[in-house]
Design a protein around this ligand. Sequence first.
Ligand code: GAP
Length: 441
Amino acid sequence: MQEKDQSVMEKIVSLCKRRGFIFPGSDIYGGLAGTWDYGPYGAQLSHNIKELWWKHFVSEQENIFGISTPTLVPEAVWKASGHLSGFTDPMIECKKCHHRFRTDHLPEENKTKKKCPDCGGELGEEKAFNLMFPVNIGSSGDTTAYLRGEIAPGMFLNFKNVLDTLHPDLPFGLAQIGKAYRNEIAPRDFLFRVREFDLMEFEYFVREETWEKYFEMWRLEMWKWVERVGIQKDMTHELEVSVEDRAFYSKRTIDFEFDFPFGKKELYGLAYRTDHDLKSHSVGSGVDLTYFDEETKERFTPHVVEPSFGHGRTLLAVLVSAYREDVMGDETRVYLAFKPSIAPVKVAVFPLLKNKPELVEKARGVYALLKKEFGAVVFDDNGNIGKRYRRQDEIGTPFCITIDFDTLEKGTGVTVRNRDTGEQERVEESELHIYLKEKLS
Ligand code: GAP
């Protein structure tokens, strides 16, 4: 990892903590590795990204239906899908210090010399480590379930429910946003590799002979999403995943990789899952999961193309893409150039001076009106104007509005300051709504 990039990562992690985006999970009890808490701005940013994803891949699509299914899933499901045997990472343990490593994350030298990177001791034999978290359910605890390692089974288990109720024609998709849990051997790199995370994903059911067409269609749509959410396209790359590296259920996978400060790593996946899941769950449950084409009178098991989006990795890639440093006046300033659609705060309203009741009253009035219209609007009278701008820049607020004496005495409107350029312009109060609506859309 380059030193410069490492420092960007540290700055982002520090900004997230300082400004109330993201904190280490269960911090006051010493933390729990691989978990993170989202503070007020982080939770809002997270929510905005999910909402935008839902809009892009569910509401704006004709034939993708959103569902929501439990995170607790019985053992039989995972047995049928192959996760109990196949959802593993290769692990190796040091015979001396007993630290465990993912074999595929070990430096080449340590791998070939079988030498522990922590203590230099000898590494043992590689084992397959299952990532699923088992849970004992009920008062006697004799029912075993698993916290879902992926959210996809929810869509396969509801394939028949949706067929029987909505009667959709092929192709159609089932989408979901929700938590997944993986007992990662070594959680690391902030939100990148964690043990509990949200996934945004859909299963697109198609006729076998059309899978390539839809694979290509969703590949292109994934690029549109990358742009729409504010991930830098020139930092995003496609990787054709080799047979050895593909998940056990996939016949073709493309990874979307992103230039994270700690290296080029997987951001998203696009997989052709064949008919593996519907067939396995049909055998496992004894329920027919085929599709009947009324026109051709054929009955068959659909195949599946699956675009999968890690939510935490999206948020991290958005933060890295949005992070900027420049010089304004004599000072270096930091700002987050979020797209307005996902910015946690859209507009901040300030009275020029905190101790002038007439300014405060006027600013409160403007704030109340804008809040009704745009929701994510804050009132800020803490510290001098310069400090307020710096604070809102770090939160990524696209516009700051200042009410000054000219607003009151001359009726010359309010000052609107643009986050990215720092430029200020006077806008008539009566024009403010239209002005902001246009700029924020
Ligand atoms: N249903 C397909 C599936 O779950 P995956 O490649 O195992 O595929 C999908 O995971 C996405 O979830 C990845 O592309 C990545 O964005 C995210 N992801 C996977 N493991 C993660 C982890 N430990 N922490 C954070 N995000 C993770």
